[in-house]
Design a protein around this ligand. Sequence first.
Ligand SMILES: Cc1cc2nc3c(=O)[nH]c(=O)nc-3n(C[C@H](O)[C@H](O)[C@H](O)COP(=O)(O)OP(=O)(O)OC[C@H]3O[C@@H](n4cnc5c(N)ncnc54)[C@H](O)[C@@H]3O)c2cc1C
Ligand code: SF4
Length: 621
Amino acid sequence: MNTSNKEYDVVIVGGGWAGSLLAYKLAAANKTVLVLESGVAIDGVTSSDDNDQPETYQRGDFMETFYLAMAKTPESPYVQNYNAPRPSVLDIRTTAEDDKIPDNCNQPVKSIDTKGYFIQKGPMPFGSTYERRGGGTSWHWLGTSLRLLPKDFKMASEYKVGVDWPMKYEDLSPYYDEAEYEIGVSADVEEQAIHGITFSKGYVYPMAKIPPTLLDVAMTTGLKNFHWQNIEMKVTGTPAGRNGTPNKMKDGTYYDNGRRQCQGNTNCTPICPIQAKYDATISMKKALMTGNVDIMYQAVAYDIKIDKLTQQVTGIMYKTYETINGGVKDTGVVTGKKYVIAANAIEAAKLLLMSNAPFGVANGSGQVGKNLMDHPVYLAWGLMPKSTFPFRGPLSTSGIETTRDGDFRKTRAAFRIEIGNEGWNWPGGAPYTQLINIVSPGGAVAHGDRNSFGSGLRKQIQKDFTRQFRIGFLMEQLPDANNYIVPSKKCMDNLGIPRPEIHYDLNKYTREGFKAAADAAKAIFSQLKVENANTPPVATGGQFKYDNVTYYSQGAGHVMGTHRMGFNKYDSVTNADMKSWDHDNLYIVGCGSFPTTATANPTLTMSALCFKAADAIIKSF
Ligand SMILES: Cc1cc2nc3c(=O)[nH]c(=O)nc-3n(C[C@H](O)[C@H](O)[C@H](O)COP(=O)(O)OP(=O)(O)OC[C@H]3O[C@@H](n4cnc5c(N)ncnc54)[C@H](O)[C@@H]3O)c2cc1C
Ligand code: SF4
């Protein structure tokens, strides 16, 4: 067993988004930091010579894998690593199929390949995924960087549902500023203020908002002054963590993060080829440049050691491996004065529950792993009356935010409506699937003819592909103790570490949201004179029936709630600084900290929370 002689100020588990931000801020405050990262290294983001890293990857490798992949999913550029496996959208299955999973758990590699990584106990499958490699899930995020609304922090006091956050919007506002500058967000203060968000005096986003696409303009014009259920369907620009035109700073210079401007090729999910979009390797590189940070890749944390007397964390046990499908190489323990778990909401909860048997770590409240939430997505898609030329511009540049708050939240989920510039890619696998269908003799075509070629094929492509569009309703979900993740007792990964067993459903509140979303989509489509696609989406795993109507729920990739913060140790895992109530030197960060989901894509808020936690850690020394 390896025992590190060096005691660090802070040991961080997870070199993904949250871990990288924490490492950077702590190192900049002169704290020594060790990061344990379960996945493989990214070239140039290492604290030692690259040759010491058994496996390293580059953006170019990911692009190569992506080009060759038959299905262009969020995971397609990134090969599966059986020693730090991750779920894939291709594995989101209904409960009936998932019942079979445990049968071949004794052969992890085979079972992960054929049935997926998650052990989905249902009744509905959990639809979201994440990445386990240096940089974490920031490798395939879309870039949407909205702030929460002030009322999102007080669902219980405003609407008598869910719980309140142990902080107000105003408490987080300065940390939002800090996060927006670290990520590099392009947006417009005046436009965002329409949604009821306040900014500090004179605040400007680092970069001007990304210009709207032709589709955005068509929707803005078509929906002008249009109301659904007394809500104005106003289209506004979406703040994005990708480089636009730099704004002038207070000192007269222009914001410059050294990265290139977005080139608008609609590939943000799964990968930005030129790093115009933020990813966490940017912050990790800055952290490493301080000289205060060491990072160990291919080191999977599996046990958090606790001193029974003091209840302090005393070390983190980890397993290493040499190749992505070989077995355990070694085990080791690392020690620090403070510890941060930043392993993504599902893996973090799993690690806490695997440690300190039988109670788990930080689990005095019994809430660890519980309240698993997402923004289940309702998709609607069709053909615009005129060409709006999708497949250009970033994947999403505008949305409808007026549906995010209102008295209706007492009885049904709120949602935001994302406008997608990628045609029918998400619901229908476009452009690949439709093209195959059009040219093949037996293809099923929703619009136009089969077996087309020559000028007929050209005409169909021009007529249909240029009019494709979709909207996605990102649904609020309330905390529910019946939605939870536990380490599987039966199914292990290649290192013998339990895989996540997930129990998940959508309750009446969220299902009512889907019903409202379908109604809103119908109204919007009728107003815009859209030709509705009327076919099920390609991914039907999240299918459910409500009031005799079949809906298809998709995962948003927003994994939340499994180690929620709160006001006291009886019903939450951490305080508002993300410090464990039970262990004085342990912090747990990530979207798992969210007490409720609201409707905004969560990672900007998560980043703000990470900076808040980092401040608290620095002060605690
Ligand atoms: C397709 C997709 C699109 C998305 N788009 C958006 C968006 O537009 N806007 C938005 O706000 N959010 C978006 N997200 C969500 C966003 O990516 C996540 O919220 C964010 O990455 C979470 O950060 P994290 O640090 O908690 O986890 P991660 O970034 O996943 O990092 C966790 C890290 O911990 C490591 N780790 C895990 N287990 C262990 C272990 N046992 N030992 C050591 N290390 C471990 C992992 O390898 C990983 O590097 C999207 C997600 C997906 C999947
Ligand atoms: S549109 Fe292209 S360049 Fe711009 S952020 Fe997305 S992938 Fe990167």
